[in-house]
Write a protein that binds this ligand. Structure first.
Ligand code: ZN
Length: 104
């Protein structure tokens, strides 16, 4: 993964966060059940694979880097899987970067 790819991913992530915030605000205004769903998911997170739980929460909020249209995902799989794969890869990269750079 080169620097340009990471920068593109970060830009994509920032855009997605903005989209997520907008979508979340809309959901909140429309229906407070979004808050209930999220708090349920956060509670479930304490018992489960944290990355997987976060992926499910983000998928619920249409947070997917492959999801250009609100209800359409470019990958032929559930968005929670897209997001899980993305987060897993990113975390692995971060771990490798940290290991590579040492403790100085
Ligand atoms: Zn997706």
């Amino acid at each position: 993964m080169n620097k340009k790819t990471i920068e593109q991913l970060e830009l994509m992530l920032r855009r997605e966060v903005m989209r997520l915030e907008k979508s979340f605000t809309e959901d909140l205004v429309r229906n407070s059940s979004t808050m209930r769903v999220l708090s349920e998911r956060v509670r479930a997170m304490e018992e489960k694979d944290v990355v997987k739980s976060i992926s499910h929460i983000l998928a619920k909020c249409d947070f997917c880097h492959n999801n250009t249209d609100r209800y359409k995902c470019l990958k032929n799989m559930p968005c929670s899987t897209c997001i899980y794969n993305f987060l897993n890869k990113r975390l692995t990269d971060i771990y490798k970067e940290k290991k590579g750079s040492g403790n100085t």
